[in-house]
Write a protein that binds this ligand. Structure first.
Ligand code: BES
Ligand code: MN
Ligand code: MN
Length: 462
């Protein structure tokens, strides 16, 4: 048997132990956005560092002004590319907790009616299950052959789900240590349950929160109604004016830098057989929204968006209360594509908001970290090698896809460290990431581990 076959056999026989290690990681409540879980985030970082050290990857937990990074190295100057593997150990909050069928931090193996086995827990898919596919592949390689086939650096972050605020300074301060030939990222999905994917486009993002203030206190809506400004109405009109009747965003300059998708890529996408009714049907919807003259996959992968993620103001309790609130709030995010400039989008948004604020009122902005969109040059050798490895494992060609979501670090890897990222992940559309009852199929985990072993092996071949 060649090396890779013995490594794959070891992955198969390790599977139960691999799953139990993943379960241990999933028990740690590493919710990055909520300060109450700061110690849990550190505990997850320490758990990972201990795990990596145990398998022979020299690793330390590194402090930042936010949650710590985990950085490990296994290098001996082997030929072939030196790769950096990235994943995030932080998870999204669990609310609404009442909709979970089991405790989000007490992982359960559940078998569906059709026999599919899955691990249910917050982070099972995004991103603890996915990052452990790489760790377990590395473990099997080292146990079986005494080493990894190429030099590897590992970077695990604990702030991805809250916009990665500590990332820039950390990359800047550790440029030499972290610059590699290629980044491998396991934080994306498959095309469908049987077809692996390499994501070649990720949307960028920029966000803003607004607080509109009017009177100096909440008012009686009879005594003042009709005379005093109502901030709820102002926020509503700001939101209503963001799109025109064709679904286009109205902000001046918003579409600057939004490219048309080249014909060959469009053709490729059109041949993927995307069924929008099935896609929306799974979430209880039917009719696609978005710009009228665009295809559904363009909406998801190649067009920018403006979304309101939260809005509140005034009385929210039981019954009614006749009040004009003193302030109203809304949270916005914009998904970006191509060369859209996140700073310009934010400036344009703020100018628009200010133009809608009456003379008597004020607006406060609370900025969120922005990141540009990224595109991968699909002619680089790593893409061909990734495709070969995935085909060997899954028996079908990998789809080259776009991704609607954002992974802020990918843009920074390119701009700050000059590194392309090969985005391969095993999440499925129905994994319910960020939602109640998040899960990862055992098959995703098992074949994900095997896929990474094959990718490492392929990359080591000249
Ligand atoms: N893993 C996701 C990104 C993703 C989502 C990739 C869906 C592929 C399919 C990542 O953890 C994520 O949720 N990113 C956030 C970033 C934000 C908080 C800055 C996102 O996209 O909302
Ligand atoms: Mn993720
Ligand atoms: Mn996420």
């Amino acid at each position: 048997m060649s090396n890779i076959d013995t490594v794959l056999a070891r992955i198969d026989s390790n599977l139960d132990a691999s799953l139990s290690r993943l379960s241990d990681l999933l028990k740690i409540k590493s919710i990055s956005t909520d300060p109450a879980f700061k110690a849990d985030c550190r505990a997850a970082a320490e758990w990972l560092a201990a795990e990596l050290n145990e398998i022979g990857i020299e690793t330390r937990v590194r402090d930042t002004s936010g949650h710590p990074m985990v950085v490990g190295h296994k290098k001996s100057g082997k030929p072939g590319p030196h790769v950096l593997f990235y994943g995030h150990y932080d998870v999204q909050p669990v609310d609404p907790i009442a909709l979970w069928n089991s405790d989000p931090f007490d992982p359960q193996i559940v078998t569906k009616a059709d026999g599919t086995k899955m691990l249910v827990a917050r982070g099972a898919s995004d991103d603890k299950g996915q990052l452990m596919t790489f760790v377990e592949a590395a473990r099997a390689f080292i146990q079986e052959t005494g080493d990894l086939p190429i030099d590897v650096t590992i970077l695990f972050e604990g702030e991805e789900e809250s916009g990665s605020p500590s990332l820039h300074p950390f990359l800047e301060a550790n440029k030499d240590e972290l610059s590699c030939d290629l980044a491998l990222v396991c934080d994306t999905g498959m095309w469908d349950a049987n077809t692996p994917a390499i994501s070649t486009m990720l949307r960028g993002m920029v966000g803003d929160e607004i607080i509109v203030r009017a009177a100096s206190r909440d008012l009686h809506s009879g005594s003042y109604g009709g005379s005093a400004q109502n901030p709820n109405h102002i926020v509503a009109s700001i939101i209503a004016g963001l799109h025109d009747e064709n679904g286009r965003v109205t902000l001046p300059g918003f579409y600057d830098g939004v490219p048309e998708i080249p014909a060959d890529i469009m053709e490729n996408w059109n041949n993927l057989g995307f069924d929008v009714e099935e896609f929306l049907g799974e979430i209880g919807l039917k009719y696609p929204r978005g710009e009228k003259d665009r295809t559904p996959l363009e909406h998801l992968w190649a067009r920018p968006t403006a979304e309101v993620n939260g809005m509140w103001g005034g009385y929210q309790g039981a019954g009614s209360k006749t009040v004009i609130p003193a302030e109203a709030h809304a949270k916005f995010t914009f998904r970006l594509v191509g060369d859209q400039d996140h700073e310009k989008v934010q400036e344009s948004f703020r100018a628009y908001v200010r133009s809608k604020i009456p003379a008597d009122c004020t607006v406060e902005f609370i900025a969120k970290e922005g990141s540009p969109a990224t595109r991968l040059d699909t002619t680089i050798p790593a893409v061909a090698k990734g495709k070969k490895a995935l085909k060997d494992e899954w028996g079908v060609d990998a789809a080259l896809v776009g991704m609607g979501g954002s992974i802020p670090i990918v843009g920074d890897f390119k701009r700050m460290l000059g590194m392309d990222s090969l985005l391969i992940g095993f999440a499925l559309e129905d994994d319910q990431i960020h939602s109640p009852n998040e899960k990862y199929n055992i098959k995703s985990f098992h074949k994900g581990i095997r896929s990474w072993a094959r990718v490492l092996d392929e990359l080591s071949r000249g």
